[in-house]
Design a protein around this ligand. Sequence first.
Ligand code: UD1
Length: 416
Amino acid sequence: MSKLKIEGKNVLSGTIEISGAKNSAVALLPASLLCKTKSKIFKVPKIRDIEYLIKILEVLNCKCKIENNAVEIDTTHLKNAPIPEELSEQMRASYYFMGTLLARFKKVEISFPGGCHIGARPIDLHIKGFESLGAKVEIIKNKYIITADKLIGGRIYLDIASVGATINIMLAAVSAEGKTIIENAAREPEIVNVASYLISMGAKITGAGTSTIIIEQSLDLDNGVTEVFPDRIEASTYIVLGALMGENLKIKGFIKEHINAVLTKLNDVGQDFELNGDEITITRAKKYLPTNIKTQVYPGFPTDMQQVFTVLLTRASGESTVTETIYESRFKSAELLNQMGANTAACENVLTIKGPTELTGKSLWVPDLRGGAALLVAGLISEGTTILDNIPLLLRGYEDVVEKLKAVGAKIEIIE
Ligand code: UD1
């Protein structure tokens, strides 16, 4: 299996352009099923999850045309079919086909979704939401079978402001009779991206991006068009890398409001940067201050960034903490950072980082997507060579990561 070889300590300068967001794109492609004929999505990142989603769309008899980063989906001959395990288990987002197939056919047969092992990750809120709309959900072996005679809108309160459940319920609710109101909805930009795509098809949705979303029944949706929002986690990852190794490193093409929580923490550690529209210029600080981070739902500090930010905290003079409130198993990469020379200790959901420590390259196994990004950043600041194994997990989330980093001066290559 191929591995990633990283020679550390190279200063990075130049410009990194941000791609479309994985977590938006993986919802937008399944959302296309709601269109009667054709839809088009621009700025779709070329990553493995998208390849698998396209395979699922083909199982459902859709025709997909990919040109650069634009994907055109023709659903004219859409047919319902069970979504096989070898496709659904490749990623978590395969669960969005539940919402869209339920809306289109009132019947879904799908094997359990996959995804990174970062905690229990149940989908009970999705299921409860579908049941509230009138669906019957059965689990037979490793499959969900969801059926409904008809879907009827109502008021759905989410116990947890879950991104996936909010989007999935919104997708199903467009075909539910009357009005559906999702309360305590998640407010992440991905939800706004999906809602605006559905609105472009003719759906009647208000409130996306707030904690109350109202969806009115909208049949005959068609001709959806949208652009995937810039990837706020990719942008934040490269910005943190710029804080560690940048020399006038520019990161371009993000939406500042989406990454405010991360920028605030950069201020807290004493890192300067210059913001200019959709671009940031960053040169590594001489010294970093410790800080405390608590992961929260948007617009709080994203759980998907805590592992990468931890690498920066290994360089801060003093004791920092990261409190993880979303997932229970998201400190695996910190143990690996310790093997590189970091001084971190996890106690329940709090990670303590004592610094500053110097890191040394090691051969390591990527534990999960964002943990892989943390190890990549760690490798780039380490003395010597780092070899990362199990890299498909990392490549899942970062389009052209090797090419983008090479172009700004990183010594990084895929080896067999
Ligand atoms: C999405 C992102 C993931 C990110 C996460 C939180 C995608 C494909 N993935 O995941 O990168 O880390 O948001 O920002 O977009 N929960 C339940 N029951 C449910 C659903 C969720 O208990 O039915 C819990 C989860 O276990 C977790 C929390 O709610 O503790 C948040 O999960 P959720 O927002 O749903 O995350 P995902 O949509 O899975």
